[in-house]
Design a protein around this ligand. Sequence first.
Ligand code: C5P
Length: 304
Amino acid sequence: MKQATVTAYAKINLVLDVLRKRDDGYHEVAMVMQAIDLADTIVLEEAQRNWLITDNKHVPPNMNNLAMRAVTLMQQYFHQVPPLQVTLQKRIPVAAGLAGGSTDCAGVMLGINQLYHLGLGLSDLERLGAELGSDIPFCMGGPTALATGRGEKIEPLPACPDLFFVLVKPSFGVSTPKVYGNLRVAELREHPDVNRCIRGLEEKNAGQVLRSMGNLLEHSTFELQPDVKKLKDSMIACGCPHVLMSGSGPTVFAAFEEEAQAQQYYRTVSKQYPGAIFARTVNQNLLEERVALYGTHGKEISTN
Ligand code: C5P
């Protein structure tokens, strides 16, 4: 029986600016998004009915899960897609601001597209993904992109120079709608500089990329969860100037140009936060290899 295995990468926001609240309840954003090599593994196999198996108790094993909503959406549009069993091996923390649910959703759609030769291009997949969530279109492509609109309009950016990250996810989660709901954009005068970050990418200037990192949502999340601000301060105190909350939080990451420095910092931070995660930027080659197809007898088959 045919099956697909997909590596679904997490993302961080190097810059997250919010421009205004829209009439539809969403916020207009401008974000520089970057895929990192922290990843979930998804296996898609034909089954008697749609169902999800996961090793993470924080993932609800029901049809509201984004991975399973991706399966039903694809089945609605493409009747040749049969019932599927989705096995989800989670490494990306849940409700962390790392697009874990969104990347699983994108991974399921990418896997189904290849497994059933649907022939969907990136823009088709981005459009379908946007039906299920604002961060999903980015997770279809990457590895470095500008996301605008409510986050669903994606323009590729020059690949980010290699960067290394140490991520810490607090034990609690935060609700993205609450974080956006608590943000008073009009009152905030200082916004992160998206264009400065983009220039840094164009010039392959890792230092400038790091210096332009910023996230307007920190104002709101820090107000709702002061422990996230404390975490950020303590990570700066551990010896890294480039520390930022990812997405709506609560994960905070420290970013480095030099791998050895990042490894040293990881060892220090891990003593205080044993769940700290080490990650690096994902490049285009890794992204292109993220779907593997297997035929009968478990033999890998070409994805072309
Ligand atoms: O699109 P997604 O389902 O990920 O968004 C979750 C919630 O986050 C939205 O219902 C909205 O409350 C908030 N949001 C927002 N502006 C955005 C993205 C999300 O207000 N650009």
